[in-house]
Write a protein that binds this ligand. Structure first.
Ligand code: DX5
Ligand code: ZN
Length: 221
């Protein structure tokens, strides 16, 4: 079984102290830093863009996992690559030319991810599996932190795991992940767990470390 990666979502951080919050989750044992980019068009909320990612990039050496909930996406890929993204994930629903977007990400020298909203079937990514390094299964409807995990996605994770076969592709879950459902998503096949509100709870690095460790322990069980 693959090593579990925990990727706290900074959407749940204190934006007034964003650099310090990134440093705190680094100290607390985060493996990746998950950045949720929302445009108020593809999803009904606006978060932050490439300039904010660039500003916080020097605060940690960890992998920046950039989740683009924007449409169109192609005109912005280069700016996120230059801002310091390591993994760039686009939504299968964000445009007509998914294969082109994924090719463009790899051409920029970055790892390419594809994400599926809860209502999108796994067949939407059947023909791009040779172009991706990561599949992100949304376990809430994208747009907001703090929503409840959708149990309906567990069977989808299992089907995606079977589709992937022996390709070296990570399966990431995002939305409503807690220490209470981490074991179930890992058992279904997820190896990369995003968590926002379940990590950024408490006062700082010490509390964040407890939260990250609890999720990791449950996922590895
Ligand atoms: C939702 C985002 C998630 C979200 C996770 O659109 O993609 O990354 O911030 O937050 P929680 O863990 O609070 O559901
Ligand atoms: Zn996300």
């Amino acid at each position: 079984t693959r090593e579990i990666i925990i990727a706290p979502s900074i959407l749940a951080a204190d934006f007034a102290r964003l650099g310090e919050e990134v440093a705190a989750i680094d100290t607390a044992g985060a493996d990746w830093i998950h950045c949720d980019v929302m445009d108020g068009h593809f999803v009904p909320n606006i978060s932050f863009g490439a300039d904010v990612i660039k500003a916080i990039r020097p605060t940690t050496k960890k992998i920046f996992d950039v989740h683009l909930m924007i449409a169109p996406v192609d005109p912005y890929l280069e700016s996120f690559a230059k801002a310091g993204a390591d993994v760039i994930t686009v939504h299968a629903e964000a445009g007509a030319h998914l294969d082109r977007s994924l090719q463009a990400i790899r051409a920029l020298g970055k790892k390419a991810g594809v994400s599926l909203c809860p209502a999108t079937p796994e067949s939407a990514i059947a023909y791009v599996l040779d172009r991706v390094d990561l599949v992100l299964v949304m376990t809430v409807n994208p747009g907001f932190g703090g929503q409840s995990f959708l149990e309906s996605q567990l069977a989808k994770i299992e089907r995606i795991k079977a589709m992937i076969g022996d390709r070296p592709i990570r399966i990431e879950v995002d939305g409503g992940i807690t220490r209470d459902n981490a074991a179930a998503v890992a058992a279904a096949g997820a190896d990369t767990l995003v968590a926002g509100s379940a990590v950024f709870r408490g006062k700082g690095a010490a509390d964040y470390a407890t939260n990250i460790a609890a999720i990791r322990l449950a996922a590895e069980a």
